[in-house]
Design a protein around this ligand. Sequence first.
Ligand SMILES: [Zn+2]
Length: 73
Amino acid sequence: MSALTRLTGQVMRGLLVPKPVVVQEAAGFKVRKFLKLRCQYCYFVRVNGRMHVECTAQGRHKQREPFNVKLLW
Ligand SMILES: [Zn+2]
């Protein structure tokens, strides 16, 4: 009986351990040379002189332009 309670205690403790949350906010952008709106919720936004495509419905619709080195000079 005591072994069983110890086992369940271990299981409960295992459930209480927080899992590491994978945050992929900045890395979620697809880099595309030609941006495209993929659904009705996609919209263009200009960030740091570049065009981004954000989407409120599907996060995987997010795209951004590749960094244009020629714009620096
Ligand atoms: Zn979209």
